[in-house]
Design a protein around this ligand. Structure first.
Ligand code: JFZ
Length: 427
């Protein structure tokens, strides 16, 4: 077969601009809010049914004196991340910017300053694109009614007061703040709403009718026509967002491959969780990145900064480790996607493919002893092979009658190539 006749899957087109997004592949999620102080999950208000008057102590003590977003941007940049998505507001309702529509914001805490502006400036200065995660849920707003995910869902008195709450006022607030953010920080590249609540026996859900999603989408596209919008307003837009699991193939909607981005934590929580110990290893995280790209998707990896305003050492450790690999191997990530369907991938390996450069990347999760073998269609297209980490030639033997290529491997894995990659130039 000719190279141009091979089957390279493309995601269905979307209303926004996903070209850069599908090129860049790797972003940083940041969950930061008052929940950094209890340091035991960003849902702590919900998990522990904490009333707003009690939760208020975190507002009164929020003072991240070590906050320096240039350090954050540097860490993301050096890890190889190309965009970031910050929680402008999470479910607790606390706002990181100086919003005209609320007093529940960083400027009114002991810290006294706007947090978002210097962050956006710092990441942009490093060339990263800007995304905002914005919670649809709001456990602080006085007009937000109780639902199955609300901290006060077991509190009869609080529920009784729902009669006096007007959710449409809250939704006006949501629309106003969205427009405010998009105008103030123009150009915002991604808006990541979260999430639509399903109904249960006791409470009505909140979905696209409640949020007035269609109207909100129209308002957003008017200000930022090319922005990337996620799927959690209950109307699919530009990107599907599988969370905390790895899909087993290119994500599809009604059988059609779509733009997708997996979001994952380093440990078991999005917000800073001091005593949580299920931190993933650098090796595991890199494999998540490679796996995502090998299935045509992106990876959004989350950091939960502390109440002092720092990434903790565990996060730095993972970011540095990923950066070390990315420094020499990012060519197998940026601009890459799933390999042509006709190519059989060797055991314990993953392919990614750069269709513009016509280069195939073979990631070896297991340093097979002695040799690695390519079989089938791919053999007919091999023009040159090198180890990506140091551009050292990989000699090989080609057996055209059997459609086999044998690539001898040194016994020892080359230094600096923890997950070794072969760069295969195709013809
Ligand atoms: C949501 C948030 O609740 C979470 O705190 C974090 O921000 C993550 C990125 O997004 O996670 C969800 C959202 C919805 C469901 C589960 C987790 N859900 O509907 O089951």
């Amino acid at each position: 077969m000719r190279l141009e006749d091979l089957t390279v899957i493309k995601a269905a087109p979307t209303p926004g601009d996903t070209k850069w997004f599908q090129h860049d592949r790797f972003g940083m999620f940041i969950h930061w809010g008052l929940y950094a102080l209890p340091a035991r999950h960003e849902w702590v208000k919900n998990h522990e049914r904490i009333p707003t008057e009690v939760y208020d102590k975190y507002f009164r003590h929020f003072d991240p004196d070590l906050y320096d977003p240039e350090l954050w941007a540097k860490a993301a940049d050096e890890a190889g991340m190309k965009y970031f998505v910050i929680t402008t507001k999470h479910h607790e309702g606390f706002c990181l910017w100086d919003s005209a529509y609320t007093d529940y914001k960083s400027t009114n805490t002991p810290y006294g300053k706007d947090i978002l502006t210097p962050m956006v400036d710092a990441f942009r200065a490093r060339g990263l694109r800007t995304g905002f995660y914005h919670s649809l849920l709001d456990w602080h707003h006085p007009d937000y009614t109780v639902d199955a995910c609300h901290p006060m869902r077991d509190n009869a008195d609080y529920i009784a007061q729902d009669a006096g709450r007007d959710i449409t006022k809250y939704v006006d607030y949501l629309h106003n703040q969205t427009e405010e953010l998009l105008k103030k920080y123009d150009p915002v590249d991604i808006i990541w709403f979260d999430f639509s609540v399903g109904p249960n026996a006791k409470f009505a859900g909140k979905g696209k009718e409640t949020w007035r999603s269609e109207e909100l989408l129209e308002k957003i596209r008017k200000i930022a026509p090319n922005i990337i919008i996620d799927d959690r307003l209950q109307i699919d837009q530009d990107v599907k967002t599988p969370e905390q699991y790895m899909p087993d193939g290119w994500v599809k909607v009604n059988g059609v491959p779509v733009v997708w981005e997996g979001c994952h934590t380093f440990s078991g929580s999005w917000g800073y969780y001091r005593d949580e110990e299920t931190w993933k290893s650098v090796d595991q995280l890199l494999k998540m990145l490679i796996d995502s790209v090998s299935m045509g998707g992106n990876l959004l990896l989350n950091v939960g900064p502390t109440g002092r305003g720092e990434f903790d050492e565990r996060a730095y450790d993972r970011l540095r480790g990923m950066g070390q690999w990315m420094k020499r191997h990012s060519r197998s990530i940026y601009g890459c996607t799933q390999a042509p369907l006709e190519f059989e991938c060797p055991r314990d390996c993953r392919y990614t493919y750069n269709p513009d450069k016509q280069r195939l990347y073979l990631h070896m999760y297991n340093w097979n002893f002695g040799k690695i073998k390519l079989t089938g269609e791919v053999c007919e297209h091999v023009e040159y092979i090198q180890l990506l980490s140091d551009a050292s030639e990989m000699r090989y033997s080609y057996y055209p009658e059997q459609q086999v290529i044998d690539i001898p491997l040194p016994v020892k894995k080359p230094l600096g190539a923890d997950i070794p990659v072969l760069e295969i130039f195709l013809k």
